[in-house]
Structures are given as C-alpha cells and as structure tokens.
Design a protein around this ligand. Sequence first.
Ligand SMILES: Nc1nc(=O)c2c([nH]1)NC[C@@H]1CN(c3ccc(C(=O)N[C@@H](CCC(=O)O)C(=O)O)cc3)C=[N+]21
Length: 341
Amino acid sequence: MHLRRVSRHNASSSYVYSAQIWSESAHRERKQHKNRRFSCNATGANSDEGAAIIDGKAIAQTVREEIGVEVASLKASTGKVPGLAVVLVGGRKDSETYVRSKKKGCEEAGIQSFGTDLPEDVTEEELLKVVADYNADPSVHGILVQLPLPDHINEENVLNAISIEKDVDGFHPLNMGLLAQRGREPFFVPCTPKGCVELLERSGIEISGKTAVVIGRSNIVGMPANLLLQRRDATVTVVHSRTPNAKEVTQQADIVIVACGRAEMVRGDWIKPGAAVIDVGINAVDDATKKRGYRLVGDACFDEIKPIAGAITPVPGGVGPMTIAMLLQNTLEGFKRTVSA
Ligand SMILES: Nc1nc(=O)c2c([nH]1)NC[C@@H]1CN(c3ccc(C(=O)N[C@@H](CCC(=O)O)C(=O)O)cc3)C=[N+]21
C-alpha cells in the first residue's frame, strides 16, 4: 500500500463563529425562497413569463448552512463531529474536481473529511481493505467510493463491501431494496435523486397526486428518483431508451426528472405547459468562446423549455450542487444515528 496517499484534516475549528453568520444568511435565503414560490400546474399559469428558474446553487447553500448550524450544535452537546471518507481511484479530472467540492463542502459545514487517493492500478483487494478500515473507524460516519472505478475493479464487490450504516451514497443493494419496499426505510437515499426531490419541495412544488415522468432508469438516478416520487404519492412513469413514444408520455407529466445522459435530448415540445423540469444531466459541449473550451448543458434543452415550463433547473447551478449538499446531509444523518444510539 506504499502508493496510497491519505490526507486527514478537521476544518471545524471556527465553527461557532461561522454558524452565526450561516444562520443569518440561511434565514435571508429562506425568505427569498418563499417569495419565489409558484405553483406547478397543468393550466400553464406561468407560461407567459416563462419558467421560474430553480436556483440549485442557492438552495444547496441554504441546506449546507442548515447542516453547519446543526453540526455546530451537536459538537457542543456531544463533543463529536460527523466524518466523511472519500475514496478516489485513479486520476480522472472530473472525479478529482467532484471530490474536491465534496471535501470543501465538508470543511464549510464542520464535517471532518478523510480522503484516500489510490493509484489507477490499485488492486481490488487493496481497495476493499481501505473500505474495511473505514467501516471499522468510529470517527467515520459516511463512506463514498467515487465512481466510475477502473475496469479491472468489480464495482459491485466494492459497493457491497461498504457498511450499509455508512453508505452515504445509498448505492448498497440492501439500501436500494429498503428504498423499494413500502413501509421500510433505507439508511440512506442516493444523493442526486434526493436532491431533485428537495429542489421540488423547497420550491413549493406539490408532488402528491401529480403525474411524474422520470427519463432514464439508471441505478443511481432514474430508478431511485422513481421510488422517491412514488413515496411522495406521485403517479410515476419511467421513460427509457426503448420507449417508443417518449415525447408523448412526457407531455402528460406535471413533473419531469431528466436523467438520460444525452445532451439536450428533451425538447420544448415534450413539456406540458406549466410543468416542473428537473435536469440531472451534465454534458460538456465544445465551445471555443469559453475559457475552458467547452460549456455545460443538461439533458433538457433549457432555452426551448423555459418559455413553456412552470419551473426549470439550470445546468450548471441546478441539481449538481444539491448532490453535494445531500451527501453532507446524509453524513449528518449517519452521525446522528450513532450519537443517539
Ligand atoms: N460514488 C459517487 N457518488 C457520487 O455522487 C458521484 C460519483 N460517485 N461519481 C460522479 C457523480 C457526479 N457527481 C456530481 C456532483 C456534483 C456536481 C456539481 O456540483 N456540479 C456543478 C458544477 C459543474 C461543473 O462546473 O463542472 C453544477 O452542476 O452546477 C456534479 C456531479 C457526483 N457523482
């Protein structure tokens, strides 16, 4: 394991001061969200002005501030802080960026972050040993192995090895099974679909009794998004790559969650006037006018949908920041179960 680089830091030292600032701005933010509330409906009441833009970045910031306040208060009462372990294999640039954002989010919320960076050619056995060590470490309440993993590693074996009580991604088959069963609760709900529902709820969009279409059936977004919406009493249809009439089915929906992984696949004429559109996609398209040489677009065509929908999330600045906020929230939830046990 000589190639393993382990970094540990606890950035929660100035938490009391920060929490005061956070709670004030969280209050301001909440007031702003209230003012921005609108109704998602089938009559297209908002269609003249175009869709309300759901500001995922601002809502994620509010959530993170709320987490920071709660972490500070739990630290005061228990002397302990939540801990998140992030395991990164190989040097994928996008993965490195996401992992950095996750660690920064931890720091700001007073959560202790543990990081293990492993080389691309690490063996599955070595990776499993890292997971086992974090499973056994009482100061770690959440374990995340960044995906995708290199081809020589069996992803299923790795995800199965994470303790279900520390599985903050919610990818363990047992947590997924619990999510799928009525009347049972998983230890953790996957962060991205959880963030989608949180965006709807914090924007005042009713889910119960509504018609929802989820586009995409992946294990990490589409399938759990379907289950979460059903749990909130929506009537859900899942549209996927083999659905012959995807457009016509989507036209029926009050709520559309788009997670198909194809840039701007969902067009304006797929959307019922007044519907809420949550766009999970992040696609890079070449753009010489941008400093990075590319720009990010979603799986939905924002410019076409905005005049028609009641609400829409932008890319970037929509679901992405919420994914990280939900990861921090899951870590806090895991921690709370250990201190109250
Ligand atoms: N075990 C595991 N858990 C994950 O949750 C996980 C993963 N593996 N592998 C990769 C995907 C991707 N993901 C994102 C997180 C944040 C943004 C995000 O914050 N996006 C910003 C910035 C985008 C940018 O500028 O690059 C935005 O949409 O505004 C995006 C994507 C988590 N993932």
